[in-house]
Design a protein around this ligand. Structure first.
Ligand code: NIG
Ligand code: FE
Length: 413
């Protein structure tokens, strides 16, 4: 049976907005006094409340009173939700002025999380992942990418990816998993980085396919992780097997974004260190540039040059990077609002970056806009003016979350 939700003061459909380039707020389509008609998991029509009620008299009505703004459910296209333990010590040491090396010598850094994550079983990791995902869902994020990358061996990466798959039954959000076995060459690996990557490609990739565990491969291209030369053959193998690629690129030093563009990756994420050459190459490609303001805030570093990327015609998505090390906050809306202030992004650019452009970074075209045929994933904010949402810098949370045509959260009363 069809359901009609409304009346809604403003529905921001994001219809007609392009995948790439700068956007002006005048380009936002706003349907006033609107209804959203859904059937099953999909949107049938967005239009005038009065007209929809007349045209579809037989539908189930979900009637709202008061002022609401509807946005597409947010898409967080880059997270590391599946982890054990905390890195509060690293955070405190970093803020107290300790260097990366001093923190590593004290037992901190990514390897610390690997150790803490390895000590947990699959069920526990599934529970943790679902709990994190449900927090994001309650904040309006209806599709969430989740990376492995704290296992760093064939068996441990499998445990994480199976845990992420298991977590999907503990949340109404869609989880899109990504294998990040190439996060770091593990400390306990007895060979070269190239040999580690060979082992992963030959022993893990076939199992990912056989068990349908993920369709995406990620790698951290950085001086402290893998060089462009080391990672290229690994990613080429992944690509040949039909995996989509995404890369942790240009976080502290450049190189990763060039690999991403050369190999046609879906996205290049971080980009805090990208210069003119990198920005231009990304802008001329179909690779989505993903800004991770949560990592800039967590590490006290520069933001991704989002304004420049958009002005040169790149596609820009924004993601939380929620992880225990560099981005412990995990609040996409707050971080996107802060990035907007520092990078001078229009509301349209921010909303596109956390919805359909983020979906594009995941290769998904069925979500991120409120138009006929799209998934009925949408969120309602308690305001009559959409501009209030970013103005309140993440403090205004959605009071209703709809996922695939179902009302999965309501705090309206
Ligand atoms: O995206 N840059 C590499 N990986 C993560 C950090 C992971 C961690 O510190 O645990 C990131 O920021
Ligand atoms: Fe990351």
């Amino acid at each position: 049976m069809k359901k009609l939700i409304g009346p809604i003061r403003q529905v921001l459909t994001l219809d007609q907005l392009p995948l790439k380039g700068a956007l002006r707020d005048e380009q936002l389509e706003i349907v006033s006094q609107a209804g959203i008609l859904v059937e099953g998991a999909h949107i049938v029509k967005v239009g005038s409340w009065a007209e929809l009620k007349q045209e579809f008299p037989e539908v189930e009505i979900h009637e709202l009173d008061g002022d609401y703004v509807a946005l597409p459910g947010m898409v967080d296209c880059h997270t590391h939700l599946c982890f054990g333990g905390s890195r509060a010590r690293d955070f405190a040491m970093r803020n107290a002025g300790k260097t990366y090396l001093e923190i590593a010598q004290a037992g901190g850094g990514i390897w610390d999380t690997v150790t803490q994550t390895r000590s947990l079983d699959q069920e526990t990791l599934a529970d943790i992942t679902a709990k994190h995902a449900n927090r994001l869902l309650s904040e309006g994020v209806t599709s969430i990418e989740v990376k492995s990358g704290y296992g760093l061996s064939v068996a441990e990466e499998l445990k994480l990816l199976r845990g992420i798959q298991q977590a999907a039954s503990g949340t109404a959000a869609d989880l899109i998993s990504t294998c990040l076995a190439a996060h770091l060459c593990p400390k306990d690996w007895k060979g070269s980085p190239a040999q580690y990557l060979n082992e992963i490609a030959s022993q893990l990739f076939p199992v990912l396919k056989a068990e349908n565990l993920c369709t995406r491969i990620d790698a951290f291209v950085e001086k402290s992780a893998f060089s462009p030369e080391e990672i290229t053959p690994y990613l080429e193998k992944a690509s040949q097997l039909g995996f989509d690629l995404t890369i942790h690129a240009d976080q502290f030093s450049c190189g990763g974004s060039q690999v991403a563009v050369a190999l046609g990756a879906r996205s290049a994420d971080h980009l805090e260190a990208s210069g003119e050459t990198e920005i231009q190459a990304l802008a001329q490609s179909s690779t989505v540039a993903v800004a991770l303001p949560g990592a800039s805030i967590g590490l006290g570093m520069a933001f991704t040059p989002a304004r420049k990327l958009l002005d040169q015609d790149a596609s820009l998505a924004i993601a939380s990077d929620w992880n225990p090390g560099s981005a412990p906050m995990g609040d996409l809306l707050t971080q996107a609002a802060i990035l907007a202030t520092f990078e001078k992004l229009s509301t349209a650019e921010v909303l596109a970056g956390i919805t359909f452009r983020a979906a594009a970074a995941l290769g998904l075209t069925d979500r991120g806009k409120l138009t006929t045929g799209q998934l009925a994933d949408f969120i309602l904010f308690p305001t009559a003016d959409y501009r209030e949402i970013l103005y309140q810098q993440g403090k205004m949370k959605p009071v209703e979350v709809w996922k695939k045509g179902e009302n999965v959260l309501s705090t309206r009363y």
